[in-house]
Design a protein around this ligand. Sequence first.
Ligand code: NCD
Length: 335
Amino acid sequence: MTAKAPPAHHDPAEAIDPILKRMFSFPRRHFLSAGDLNAPQATDLLDLADAFVAFNRQTSKSLDILKGRTLMNLFFENSTRTQSSFEIAGKRLGADVVNMSPRTSSITKGETLIDTAVTLNAMRPDLLVVRHASSGAASLLSQKVSGSVINAGDGQHEHPTQAVLDALSIRRAFGRVSGLTVAICGDVLHSRVARSNVSLLHTLGASVRLVGPPTLMPAQAERWGVTVHHDMKTGIAGADVVMMLRLQLERMQGAFVPSTREYFRFYGLDREKLAKAAPKARVMHPGPMNRGVEIDSDVADDPEISLIQDQVEMGVAARMAVLASLAHRLEEHGQ
Ligand code: NCD
């Protein structure tokens, strides 16, 4: 028999107190874009998320902060980790969680969305988590419902809670975000993760580089206040964080890359390319990974280098912080 490690906190109140002390009201009714947060607000959110990390490491993980609230997960696009982490986050906070995966096949997307929004609103959800293939979908929905909408990914546009969990992972690994250099590499063109990360990382004082082939770089990406590189080794030279993106093959019509083998040769992260980054550089990936396409398993699975598992853990804590602070705001507004 193996001895069970004692829980981090014997008295549950020890872990709840820091949460309650750091509780704050989300600055807006909805969380649609990483730009919804300024630096002090983002820092408050990360501090609250940190308290949830400690709480989540205990044996007993249930709170009643969202007791009586209904959280709806409305995923028009497939998702494993984002949907399950919102579900776990909602349940740990004591909400009633409903998962909906509507089919979009026959009706045009605009109609489906507005119809669905009006129908769902009649069921009075307090928190509505939305993922949709069209940019702007979460924003459109937020105009039709009375609760809070959280954008869990709208097309190629934004995925703000991913940026929060990434910032949390970075801050825990380095003790700060400000002053770091983050290289975001790969299929930037199709990536909502990249857009939200550029925004929040800038807010928190990091400098950001985008690295990828010209075919996968948005036109005028320099306007985002980043430097753009097409050579991986120069792009990641001296970077503290190398954030890899998935090659979003499902969003590509036609050939954006000659072959996945060739892509790996030039843009796949392996130890040889990583050697150009800062000596203690850490590697990130939002998942799901295409191993051997954008990242080598040898790098992805090395706990000394990779933050990928931390990102999954931070996903739950970051979403608990977002949900709790949005609900706090609803309460303050008598909702
Ligand atoms: C990302 C997404 O869906 O935008 N994944 C995620 O949220 N876990 C990135 C991706 O799909 O590559």
